[in-house]
Design a protein around this ligand. Structure first.
Ligand SMILES: Cc1cc2nc3c(=O)[nH]c(=O)nc-3n(C[C@H](O)[C@H](O)[C@H](O)COP(=O)(O)O)c2cc1C
Length: 323
């Protein structure tokens, strides 16, 4: 690290279906760089329906390698408070409110980014929730559900409440993951808001990170999701400000093998394991030369033995790290 390099705070983004406790723990065992992770959302349920299964991935004794902040998806203050208190009792003082989820079944119920066009409903939720939860609240949000300026009507509401920080992924829900993050609107948010802001979206390499860090000097915390799945060395490289990592292929292979065995222990049935691992390769493949080719071949394996054979042959004969 050079003398003038201020190490940024890096947070692993929540990716439901991917960054569960097994992934986070295995990742932290093999790679450096992240200071913490935000866990994928738990949806609120009525208090009498909340079971241990809902919070199974958040048990503190299984989350020792990477500190986490739990995330809640919901729009009912009572159910949110009940869950936040349960998490507080488990040892989590801070919880995050998901105002970003873009999927229609969620948004049509005015949850996730479905709440972004309704500042008065957000206001009512916060006025009930904040006095009733024992710890701090942070928010993770997109710019809007339909248009990027929805956030500008929401920020004055958020500014009236004490929040830990706000993570902004500068896309609308309608965009899903298409197009680019709207950096001008992100700047407009920074100009307007009094809360600490975490930047999130499309950080995939060191140079891109440097460009963002130079453009937004007031931001010192950065959340990385897909970029860390397709290049797990990225957080350490950004943290150090340079890429000094050697033996990447061997290190990645050791990580992958641990991940495989841990999921094999946890997931029931070969089909479930196969689908889960194939999902990871939609990201992992991007780290290698000929990524499209290997991505397609893995996608076309329909039995676990065939999948294992394809991966073994890939590692033994062709894998070339390109990132
Ligand atoms: C498969 C998948 C699952 C996601 N799950 C969540 C989630 O549970 N909570 C959340 O706030 N965001 C979720 N997101 C959004 C990411 O946290 C992040 O905001 C988005 O991927 C942009 O960051 P990135 O470009 O660094 O990946 C998810 C994204 C993906 C692709």
């Amino acid at each position: 690290m050079t003398a003038d390099h201020q190490a940024p705070r890096l947070i692993l983004a929540p990716l439901k279906g991917f960054t569960d406790v097994i992934f986070r723990d295995t990742f932290a065992q093999h790679f450096d760089g992240f200071d913490s992770a935000m866990a994928p959302f738990i949806a609120t349920v009525a208090a009498d329906r909340l079971t241990d299964k809902h919070v199974r991935d958040l048990l503190p004794n299984q989350n020792t390698r990477m500190p986490i902040e739990p995330q809640i998806l919901g729009n009912t203050a009572e159910d949110f408070v009940f869950l936040a208190r349960r998490l507080f009792d488990m040892g989590y003082p801070d919880v995050n409110w998901n105002l970003g989820c873009p999927f229609r079944p969620v948004t049509k119920k005015r949850r996730g980014s479905g709440l972004l066009p309704f500042p008065e409903q957000v206001d009512a939720f916060l006025s009930k929730t904040l006095p009733a939860i024992p710890g701090r609240l942070s928010i993770k949000m997109r710019l809007g559900r339909n248009t990027p300026d929805e956030i500008l009507r929401l920020l004055p509401v958020l500014d009236r409440y004490p929040l830990k920080e706000i993570t902004i992924h500068p896309r609308t829900a309608r965009q899903m993951y298409t197009g680019s993050p709207d950096l001008e609107m992100f700047q407009a948010c920074l100009d307007q808001i009094r809360h600490q802001v975490v930047y999130n979206g499309d950080i995939t390499h060191l140079q891109g990170f440097h460009t963002l860090a130079a453009r937004f000097p007031s931001v010192d915390s950065w959340m990385i999701g897909r970029g860390a799945l397709s290049n797990p060395f990225l957080p350490a490289i950004i943290k150090k400000g340079r890429d000094g990592v050697t033996g990447k292929l061997e290190k990645f292979k050791a990580f992958y093998e641990d991940l495989f065995f841990r999921y094999q222990e946890r997931l029931c049935g070969p089909g479930h394991l196969l689908n889960h691992l194939k999902g990871f390769w939609t990201y992992f493949a991007g780290a290698f030369e000929n990524s499209e080719d290997i991505g397609k071949r893995i996608h076309r394996t329909f039995t676990l033995p065939r999948y294992i054979e394809t991966i073994s042959r890939f590692f033994a004969e062709e894998a070339n790290w390109r990132k």
